[in-house]
Design a protein around this ligand. Structure first.
Ligand SMILES: Cc1cc2nc3c(=O)[nH]c(=O)nc-3n(C[C@H](O)[C@H](O)[C@H](O)COP(=O)(O)OP(=O)(O)OC[C@H]3O[C@@H](n4cnc5c(N)ncnc54)[C@H](O)[C@@H]3O)c2cc1C
Length: 434
């Protein structure tokens, strides 16, 4: 299907909410809203749209093709994990960053190195909205304190590409940190806006098993007996490894918490976006460096955080080695096997994807176009039973959940009528704007 508008992409559930379309629209006509059941979604005024197609061109939700690979990549990892030059395991040398970070604080430590030692102008990443602590906003951090305040994974919608304009205003190069889809969107954007090349000095991707919608956070709060308006701060993990999910209440500052395993495993993972289940790139293949968890072994109680780092480009390699030499990160070389052992769910999704897409195509449902991800090769590695299961399981779920038909376009349905069923959010919340 040839998409003509972002609303069409949203209605076929292929939007991941990265915000690239809002940034690129030359008419400034695309706004983002957080629809609690879905995620961050764009909508535009059709009367103002000049049909230039820029928003479709940069959308990683509908098309993603791999860049040519560096010929030094680790060959046995290429088909399942994309280009990887080196694998490292370790942590931020700054003990506070390591403790506050999601895994070992490596993403923050590398960004801090760029700020302090490489004269970078800032780090564009994700923080919380001060007046609405359940919401995420793109932020430009310029010092250690700001970076530290924005450590930790936010398991709720975030659209860092929306604010790429902040990089354009910067006098020097900046770091961009985001999920794989955010980094892929930035990669596509650089092709249509080459001036970004001068401003993006390093891209860091965090691994991602899927973004839960805001409804997931509401359900978490519900289980903790907290009303959304009572929450002053929510930390999904970090402050230990993986750390607990913690909600600080306003006023009395009481803290309610549940284990990371319970919050992700029983609540948040049930709210991941539909398009995330069709993701071919969970580990940031378009980034210079990607960071995740080295979960190939049991974590001892009280163990301090550790990160698994994948160097994906020559630029990433140079910066990682320089940060290591300057003492910002403490790392040791990892062997290729630890990746699959650490990220079993992400590997399973990649292997099933070909069957899922095939199933959708037989139902005449528009699917994203991917190339360079070896999806056929990955699918072939499944047993006959698993192949059938991925094909028929997708068929069954799509049929049972009525996903053969598109969502109603926003302009007809009215964004303001997308009400959260618990009544917590009276309307879809407007995101940061331009
Ligand atoms: C939705 C989601 C799913 C994830 N799934 C997996 C997984 O399956 N396997 C795995 O190993 N790791 C997963 N992670 C990543 C993992 O939780 C850590 O973020 C990663 O290991 C980096 O840790 P760190 O200590 O180096 O990061 P930190 O130093 O703590 O820095 C984290 C950085 O990520 C940014 N960030 C936080 N939330 C978001 C967001 N929602 N969108 C964009 N940027 C954000 C912050 O602004 C910060 O710059 C997921 C993260 C998210 C947000």
């Amino acid at each position: 299907m040839k998409f003509k508008s972002v609303e069409q992409i949203v209605s076929w559930r292929l939007c991941m909410g990265c915000g690239a379309c809002a940034y690129v629209c030359p008419e400034n006509n695309i706004r983002l809203v957080d629809v609690p059941e879905l995620g961050i979604r764009p909508y535009s005024d059709p009367a103002k749209c000049k049909q230039c197609g820029e928003c479709i061109k940069v959308c990683p939700g509908v098309e993603l093709s791999h860049k040519p690979f560096d010929n030094r990549v680790i060959p046995e990892l290429l088909s399942s994990w994309g280009p990887i030059l080196e694998i490292w395991e370790g942590y931020a040398a700054d003990t506070e960053i390591r403790f506050e970070g999601s895994s070992g604080g490596a993403a923050t430590a590398l960004a801090l190195f760029c700020l302090e030692e490489k004269n970078f102008g800032g780090v564009l990443h994700t923080g919380t909205k001060p007046e609405a602590p359940l919401q995420n906003v793109p932020v430009l951090s310029r010092c250690r304190e700001e970076l530290l305040a924005r450590t930790g994974s936010r398991y709720s919608p975030a659209a860092p590409c929306e604010k790429l304009g902040r990089l354009q205003e910067s006098d020097s190069s900046c770091v961009f940190i985001g999920k794989p889809c955010d980094v892929a969107a930035l990669w596509k954007l650089r092709a249509v806006k080459p001036m970004l090349d001068d401003k993006v000095g390093l891209t860091i991707s965090i691994f991602c098993g899927g973004t839960p919608s805001t409804e997931g956070t509401y359900n978490l709060l519900d289980m903790l007996g907290v009303k959304p308006e009572e929450a002053e701060e929510i930390r999904y993990r970090g402050r230990g490894w993986p750390g607990a999910t913690m909600v600080k209440l306003k006023g009395n500052k009481q803290i309610r918490q549940m284990s990371y395993e319970e919050s992700w495993g029983t609540v948040l993972s049930n709210h991941t976006q539909f398009r995330c289940r069709l993701c071919p790139d969970s580990t940031g293949e378009f980034a210079d460096i990607s960071c995740g968890d080295p979960w190939y072994r049991e974590i001892e109680p009280g163990e301090l955080g550790r990160s698994l780092l994948l160097v994906r480009t020559e630029l990433g390699r140079r910066i990682l080695h320089a940060a290591m030499n300057a003492g910002y990160v403490k790392l040791e070389k990892g062997s290729p096997e630890i990746l699959a052992a650490s990220q079993k769910a992400l590997l399973k999704r990649r292997r099933n994807l070909f069957g899922r897409l095939l199933s959708m195509r037989t139902m005449f449902i528009p699917t994203p176009r991917f190339s360079g991800f070896s999806l056929g090769t990955n699918w072939k590695s499944l047993s006959l039973f698993d192949k059938l299961r991925s094909f028929l399981g997708t068929f069954y779920r799509i049929f049972m959940r009525g996903r053969m038909i598109p969502l109603k376009p926003f302009e007809k349905q009215g964004v303001r009528r997308l009400v959260h069923k618990s009544g917590v959010s009276p309307m879809a919340t407007e995101c940061g704007g331009k």
